[in-house]
Design a protein around this ligand. Structure first.
Ligand code: C2E
Ligand code: MG
Ligand code: MG
Length: 383
């Protein structure tokens, strides 16, 4: 805090006093940190007070001789229109404030759309919690083609949830799982299933170089994460070289040193890393080129643009050229057509993943796929 802890507290006290002084018509509560709840009894009062508060916050507050215009966001929920219980109102308030922040607005109002979105989110949280508890989690495997080996010796593990007889894809629950932190348990469940599956493939005598699992950046906030992974690998007695962890560039945003230390520790043990979705977020080349990733996975959007238009092609060539020049192995994701296969092959990709070869498959279908197609020419021989 720019003004120090004491002065920060003093500013909060001034704000509290201000609210108390004007809110004879309603009630004021401070509920944690820098959050206040103001309860007003009728609509006319509310409108007047909102205006008054906004005007006041345009002017500085004073604490211990310091003056500061305090930035704020205000969320407004009508009672009893949108909720009647205080805990429901607080949940809605949190979401309205989030809406204000993400839209860069000072004030946001609750509306029907927001309420139905909150209900949907809580439904997903409910499904996630039940899935984690009752093991409704399934893992699909998408084969990855190796151009050098002319065959499929790698795969990516992708989570699915089977709920009420329906299969739910990660796009529908990963964002909520990330927001609530439930993704941490989910990833570990997926990872343990992958370890079991690697054991099964070994027992079946099916040769595979590795299976990659996706890990959210949130794991790297846990100081025991690397130990947990190593313990699991030892318990399942799996060759660590067969274990690949997919992470995205966003892990380097916060505590990059700790992240690098964990990654190096796991790498020393033989576990390999793929950098996922390269070219979608911000690309911090320095930290990326610093670590020996097994593959860099070029995102589908770059390949699609590269195949569709000249500007896209210029970018794809530049990105793949730079990675190749640095001796980095490239895997291109989301390949669907012959022309995309040719393009990425010509630009030096070593591995190709996409619906062109196969969609993600349930365990048994993936085993069948390998039994029938493990060796294959670059172009599918079916047509
Ligand atoms: P991702 O890791 O980049 O995985 C690739 C996604 O692209 C998968 O979607 C896959 O089905 C899809 N895909 C593969 N080939 C093609 C293609 O040719 N065309 C198109 N249009 N799509 C293709 P999916 O399975 O729905 O997963 C979406 C994302 O959810 C994943 O993107 C990953 O970020 C996340 N995810 C999946 N499983 C897990 C998990 O176990 N843990 C975590 N933290 N995230 C996961
Ligand atoms: Mg991935
Ligand atoms: Mg990806």
């Amino acid at each position: 805090m720019r003004y120090g802890q004491d002065n920060g507290d003093q500013f909060l006290r001034s704000i509290g006093n201000y609210f108390k002084s004007i809110f004879q018509l309603g009630e004021v509560y401070r509920y944690g940190g820098d959050k206040y709840v103001l309860m007003l009894k009728n609509n006319d009062n509310a409108k007047m007070m909102i205006k008054e508060v906004c005007n006041r916050f345009e002017k500085p507050f004073v604490a211990n001789g310091f003056e500061c215009v305090i930035p704020y966001h205000m969320g407004i929920v009508e009672y009893p229109k949108y909720a009647t219980k205080s805990e429901d109102i607080l949940v809605i308030l949190e979401e309205v404030i989030k809406k204000a922040k993400s839209n860069g607005e000072l004030i946001a109002y609750c509306d029907d759309v927001l309420v139905s979105r909150i209900k949907e989110k809580h439904h997903i949280i409910d499904i996630l919690m039940k899935s984690i508890e009752n093991d409704y989690v399934e893992v699909f495997y998408q084969p990855i083609y190796s151009i050098e080996k002319k065959g499929f010796y790698n795969a990516e593990a992708l989570v699915r949830i089977r709920y009420d007889g329906k299969l739910i894809s990660p796009g529908d629950f990963i964002p909520v799982a990330e927001e609530t932190g439930l993704v941490i348990d989910l990833d570990m469940i997926v990872f343990s299933k992958v370890l079991l599956f690697l054991k099964k493939l070994e027992n079946l005598g099916i040769e595979i170089d590795g299976i990659s699992s996706n890990f959210t950046p949130l794991h790297f906030n846990n100081p025991h994460f690397a130990d947990d992974i190593l313990n699991m690998v030892k318990t399942f007695n799996i060759d660590p070289h067969k274990i690949k962890m997919e992470i995205t560039e966003s892990i380097f945003i916060t505590n990059p040193r700790e992240v690098e230390r964990d990654i190096r520790r796991l790498m020393e043990y033989g576990i390999r890393f793929y950098l996922d979705d390269f070219g979608t977020g911000y690309s911090n080349w320095a930290s990326i080129l610093n670590l020996p990733f097994d593959f860099i996975k070029i995102d589908r959007s770059l390949v699609v643009n590269g195949d569709n238009n000249n500007n896209g092609l210029v970018i794809l060539k530049a990105v793949m050229g730079a990675l190749n020049a640095n001796g980095q192995e490239i895997l291109t994701e989301g390949i669907e057509t012959d022309s995309q296969v040719d393009l990425v092959h010509d630009l030096g990709a070593k591995f190709v993943q996409g619906f062109y070869y196969s969609k993600p498959l349930p365990q048994e279908n993936f085993i069948e796929f390998l039994k029938n197609n493990q060796q294959m020419e670059l172009h599918k021989a079916v047509e």
